[in-house]
Design a protein around this ligand. Structure first.
Ligand code: PMP
Length: 455
């Protein structure tokens, strides 16, 4: 074995040729972004530059970086056992974490299947839905209805449910049985309607779709309570209750993909609580382990879980599982992260600092290019427009949010940006001063980008 390359060498193209990341590598190597350490709400790259983490890694670092309690829990568990023989059984930490999740989850969401990432969790939710209907005597219920512009993950099933065209086409053809409908995007209603006179057409069409597809063939509807990757869609209050009603009416399972919105992000532990709607299946990932270990979980309601119990000769139990499910180190991280969120009341902090941050973001409307600000808790999307009245977007050669996001990055703030919108989702430990720092970096970035465009 040759000597490992140094941290600084990780910036060199010849070494970066050996790795794929989610970027065009030809572009990436020109100005590689390589992190070295993190603490609290800050990252430091390998050149020593500090960044305020306005996006919690990617909605992951819920309790902040370098959290002592989580690190110690992982270290303690490492000394004890790092892997349990998964085909033979489980381990006490997985059972503890399942019980803790059952205790804090709303309603009777009380049985948990563990996985390692969000894509796996959603994939598992589809399998639970299909097998549940089979066990219930409805073997033809297999279709999954989801939304355009949604993101449920990279694996083939989760990608098939996802509705982001740009991320789908290169992997097509995708799995059969996934049907898409338009999301609740009130700022640019796909049906040219206005809330509330629209009577929530976007929700109503989901019931129409169930009926047109034949309810006897539909297993589940999956939504992110607040959609993110297509542009952050925060539904009107009636939307999710309506979906609940339609799913009940047609014996279709309602799955909430709370990979981002779970674990305090929207100001309650679960967005299901923020919107007061109980799904049948709820998927968690990202912030569940604070980013310290790969961990995700699929929670299902009691009556669904109970269907998987019975005589092994006719009921095989839930037929899916992964090598790393319920990994004891990951579960130790999950247990400590949840304890930290609860004991420090980080949901309350997300509400308090979130509303302060929102006020600051509202102040940025003075630049005349913010069309809409959406979101809840510490989870926001900002949509930029060239014309506030007509909502006309900037032209393709001015990807305004990308320009602002890159400028903010140069000034030491990490955000998530697309050409016309950006999102923010800092660690839930954010203070008001740090929220102000985010706003002032964005303020300066917008000013500079507008000056450049207008010159
Ligand atoms: N669901 C949502 C809402 C997500 O945002 C993501 C990832 N960004 C996923 C699922 C997939 O999770 P993972 O990347 O951990 O597989």
């Amino acid at each position: 074995m040759s000597e490992l390359i140094t941290e600084q060498q990780a910036l060199e193209e010849r070494y970066l040729r050996q790795i794929f990341i989610r970027s065009q590598m030809t572009e990436f190597v020109k100005d590689p972004f390589v992190m070295s350490s993190s603490d609290g709400v800050y990252y430091t790259d390998i050149n020593g530059k500090r960044y305020l983490d306005g996006i919690a890694g990617i909605f992951v670092a819920s309790v902040g970086h370098n959290n002592r309690r989580v690190i110690d829990a992982i270290k303690d568990q490492l000394d004890k056992m790092s892997f349990s023989p998964v085909i033979h059984g489980t381990n006490a930490l997985a059972v503890q974490l399942a019980n803790l999740l059952a205790e804090i989850a709303p309603g009777d969401l009380s049985a948990v299947k563990f996985c390692s990432g969000g894509s796996e969790a959603n994939e598992t939710a589809f399998k639970i839905a299909r097998q549940y209907h089979k066990l219930n005597g409805n073997p033809n219920k297999y279709k999954v209805i989801s939304r355009y512009q949604s993101w449920h993950g990279c694996t083939m099933g989760s990608l098939s449910a996802s509705g982001l065209t740009s991320r789908r086409v290169d992997s097509e053809p995708l799995a059969a049985g996934f049907i898409h409908v338009f999301p609740p995007y009130c700022y640019r209603c796909p049906f040219d309607k206005e809330y509330p006179s629209c009577n929530i057409t976007c929700a109503g069409l989901i019931e129409d779709t169930i009926i047109m597809e034949d309810p006897d063939t539909v297993a589940a509807v999956i939504v992110e309570p607040i959609g993110h990757t297509g542009g952050l869609f925060d539904p009107p209050p009636e939307y999710l209750p309506k979906l609940r009603e339609f799913c009940d009416r047609h014996n279709v399972l309602l799955i909430f993909d709370e990979i981002i919105t779970g674990m305090g992000r929207t100001g309650e532990m679960f967005a299901a609580e923020t919107f007061d709607v109980l799904p049948d299946v709820l998927c968690l990932g990202k912030g569940l382990s604070g980013g310290y270990m790969p961990l995700s979980a699929v929670l299902c309601r009691r009556h669904i879980a109970d269907k998987f119990w019975g005589d092994g000769k006719i009921n095989p139990g839930l037929v899916t599982g992964h090598t790393y499910e319920g990994n004891p180190i990951a579960c130790a991280a999950g247990l400590a992260t949840i304890a930290e969120i609860i004991e420090k009341d980080l949901c309350a902090n997300a509400r308090k600092v979130g509303s302060h941050l929102r006020e600051g973001l509202e102040g940025l409307r003075k630049h005349g290019i913010i069309g809409d600000i959406r979101g809840k808790g510490l989870f926001f999307g900002i949509e930029f427009v060239r014309d506030l009245v007509t909502k006309e977007k900037f032209s393709d050669d001015i990807p305004i949010a990308t320009l602002i996001g890159k400028r903010a990055l140069a000034k030491g703030l990490l955000t998530r940006y697309d050409p016309h919108w950006m999102s923010l989702g800092p660690p839930l430990i954010l203070t008001q001063d740090q929220a102000d720092e985010m706003v002032s970096i964005l303020d300066a970035s917008i000013t500079e980008v507008l000056q450049e465009i207008n010159n």
